[in-house]
Design a protein around this ligand. Structure first.
Ligand SMILES: [Cu+2]
Length: 116
């Protein structure tokens, strides 16, 4: 029995050590209130604000303003929303970096999210 609990403790320590090194997901201070949520408005033809900085783990939500024509949120690293004129699109950022995006319908309609 003693041996069993020792092994369990070792396993827990190993798991904690593993999660703390180099992982950007789930490490750092525990945020009991949930991740930060950031709202960006999608307007004709701009993102407001066009650049924003959020902590790692944040979910950013784009909300199409009333009266919007078709827009999309398309990231240079792949993820994208549908072409839509209302509603929302959300992306969660678990890795630090700068993520640029644009609306492929309207040249010059672009923005960026800095995750740190
Ligand atoms: Cu657009």
């Amino acid at each position: 029995m003693r041996t069993g609990s020792c092994m369990l403790l070792a396993a827990l320590l190993a798991a904690a050590g593993c999660g703390g090194s180099g992982g950007s997901y789930g490490s750092g201070p525990t945020n009991t209130g949930g991740s930060t949520s950031t709202q960006i408005a999608v307007k004709n033809n701009l993102f407001d604000p066009s650049s924003t900085t959020v902590p790692v783990g944040s979910t950013v939500t784009w909300t199409w303003a009333a009266g919007s024509v078709l827009h999309n949120v398309t990231f240079s690293d792949g993820p994208k929303s549908a072409d839509q004129s209302s509603g929302t699109y959300a992306r969660t950022f678990n890795t630090a970096g700068t993520y640029s995006y644009n609306c492929t319908i309207h040249p010059g309609m672009n923005g960026s999210v800095k995750v740190q």
